[in-house]
Design a protein around this ligand. Structure first.
Ligand code: G6P
Length: 614
């Protein structure tokens, strides 16, 4: 949800900023811009509707010199994506340029006050209001930009990650954050500021994560100066960055999404490394070790998440209930936060988030903490806001996920939840030791079976060719495969713009069946043993209405296979592990359909990878 990057140092800023924006483009891509302060003290701002490549074309013949600059890739919130609303925004005097990720909720009130004092605004953005508020404070209170920013932010409600440069100050960058993420890279005589660490990888491995309501002054030749907006000096905590360059490049694949789908045998193995001990028949989850009794004794376990992470949560709730006999509620974080949820101090709330930055999930955590619950996190991005806001947690270790449609993060989250369910069952004795051993042994084989699933995926291309012009699709599954159906449908919607619905197979008769005709593809995830016959009946019902049947079955299946127009086989596994395998061909199906329809797979319209606004 908007990417920001800033640079100050001995190198030319422009190439670093553009490269950084390209790495952040997954956060938003409807307009982009850059501001550079050159050696003649000219503040050049170039911005345009479109992608970073459009900005490059636009700035080609312009003066792009300067050793300090700020840049932005936008996901529009206030005002449509056009050249004027694109960032950076300049203050009235033209002295200060600002980029912003987030939403200033009270911007209209501030705007009115400033208008009453003669300010005129060119754009419809909250950002232009903020830069003028800061300049107004600077002028009226006769303070420097660092101080003006700090004071101004006390008048602001909402979320922000901002970076500013000012004419006459070629050695200073100012930045601040609340809600939206921000990291500072400390190089040798140079500094980088970014929404996440990807633009910094390869430049330096020393980073400082800025905390909520902190303002920072980055001045060449000086140590970072960090303050809260309440004027309390803070000591920067310098950390080692744990990211490498290969993990954020496409590595020969046409798209990040395809690369990330194919990475899953490795990423799921990485998720389980050092945690699943097949030889000993044990699971160790070090991150939550001290909280295991709390989980077992919790009055309620509630999982909060959004999007794909919410689907993983549904799988997790099913597994924890089945293995450990513990009831788990799953909530959309966005609903939970406004529902006045009943939470007790002995509840455990688990937040799941790939990015660790989703605003709704963060807000849900905040509520749970205020009510005294223990809050645990399952995050992918190390050092992210959610991982820091929770009492303890488990990293999924899937590596950076750059394609906007989540793939490898989902299987990694499911792998974590599976281990958690097994561990809880081990602790409370709900399953016999022999079953636990069997589950652990089988889970250890899952990465290989994901590999086999990927190798068998040629058929998926044929199905994609058949489905590419359809307008609707229905995905059906039962029990732990119901969230797989939801996830398959979500992938298709997100990247191919085909309307798709996921349903529990038995619910079909209560509505969706009315939609079935010869043009309706119905994708069955039919791997469950316990409900197999029921699903066979559902397949028959669709067939009788001439729907096109595509099914994901376990190898060796006979009945569903016979009735299907297309069949995708996954290796046999423990029934409850089907989501880890059955999701893979559905990810590929959405991918190939999107490619055939000419869609931008990695940057689907209107979406953003990390939703840091409500
Ligand atoms: C956005 C992304 C989804 C993701 C959801 C939750 O909508 O496009 O892919 O599932 O946010 O994100 P999180 O980072 O919290 O898992």
């Amino acid at each position: 949800m908007c990417g920001i990057v800033a640079y100050i140092g001995k190198q030319e800023a422009y190439p670093i900023l553009i490269n950084g924006l390209k790495r952040l483009e997954y956060r938003g891509y409807d307009s982009a811009g850059v501001a550079l302060l050159n050696d003649k003290n000219e503040l050049n701002v170039y911005k345009t509707k479109g992608k970073v490549s459009d900005l490059e074309s636009f700035a080609k013949d312009k003066d792009i010199s300067g050793h300090i600059g700020i840049a932005h890739t936008r996901w529009a919130t206030h005002g449509e994506p056009n050249d004027i609303n694109a960032h950076p925004h300049l203050s009235r005097s033209g002295n200060i340029a600002l980029i912003h990720n987030g939403i200033i909720e009270n911007y209209l009130t501030i705007k009115k006050e400033l208008e009453n004092r003669g300010y005129v605004f060119k754009s419809s953005t909250d950002t232009e209001v903020l830069v003028n508020l800061i300049e107004d404070v600077q002028i009226t209170q006769k303070v420097d930009l660092f101080e003006a920013t700090r004071i101004a932010l006390n008048h602001v409600n909402g979320a922000y990650a901002i970076a500013l440069i000012e004419k006459g100050h070629p050695d200073t960058l100012i930045a601040a954050r609340k809600g939206s993420p921000m990291v500072i890279g400390l190089g040798d005589g140079e500094f980088f500021i970014a929404s996440d660490a990807t633009p910094i990888v390869g430049m330096t491995s020393q980073v400082v994560y800025i905390e909520n309501e902190e303002v920072v002054k980055v001045k060449l030749g000086e140590d970072l100066k960090l303050k809260t907006i309440d004027d309390v000096e803070m000591t920067p905590y310098i950390q080692e960055l744990q990211l490498n360059l290969e993990s954020i490049e496409k590595g020969g694949f046409d798209h990040f999404m395809l690369k990330e789908i194919y990475e899953q045998p490795t990423t799921v193995r990485d998720t389980m490394r050092g945690r699943l001990h097949a030889d000993l028949g044990t699971v160790t989850l070090g991150g939550i070790f001290d909280y295991e009794q709390k989980i077992l004794n919790a009055r309620n376990i509630i999982i909060v998440a959004c999007g794909t992470s919410w689907h993983a949560a549904l799988v997790g709730s099913y597994l924890i209930e089945v293995y450990a006999g513990i009831r788990v509620k799953v909530e959309y974080a966005s609903e939970f936060r406004y529902r006045e949820p009943v939470i007790y101090p002995d509840d455990v709330v688990i937040a799941i988030s790939q990015s660790g930055e989703t605003a709704d999930t963060l807000a849900a955590i905040d509520i749970a903490k205020k009510k005294g619950a223990t809050v645990l996190g399952i995050c992918n991005v190390i050092g992210s806001s959610i991982s820091r806001a929770t009492d303890a947690g488990i990293y999924t270790h899937a590596g950076p996920e750059i394609g906007v449609a989540s793939t490898k993060a989902f299987t990694a989250q499911v792998a974590v939840l599976t281990m958690m369910a097994i561990r809880l069952a081990e602790l409370n004795g709900h399953l016999p030791k022999s079953k636990i051993m069997e589950l652990i042994h089988e889970l250890d084989l899952i990465p290989e079976k994901i590999q086999t699933t990927l190798e068998r995926s040629a058929i998926v291309k044929d199905i994609a060719a058949e489905m590419k012009d359809c307008h609707n699709a229905i995905y059906l599954g039962r029990l732990q495969n119901f969230p797989v159906a939801l996830e398959g449908a979500l992938k298709l919607k997100e990247i191919s713009y085909i309307h798709a619905e996921g349903y529990p197979a038995a619910e079909m008769k209560h509505g969706p069946i009315a939609l079935i005709d010869k043009d309706m593809p119905v994708i069955f995830i039919a791997t469950n043993k316990s409900t197999y016959e029921k699903v066979v009946s559902n397949v028959q019902e669709v067939k009788a209405r001439h729907g096109k049947i595509i099914s994901v079955v376990t190898e060796g299946d006979v009945l569903v296979k016979e009735m299907s127009d297309y069949v995708i086989e996954i290796p046999d596994t423990e029934c409850t592990y089907a989501p880890l395998l059955a999701t893979i061909p559905l990810q590929l199906l959405a991918y190939y359909i999107a490619v055939l329809r000419g869609c931008n797979v990695d940057q689907p319209r209107n979406l953003a990878k990390s939703v840091t606004v409500e």
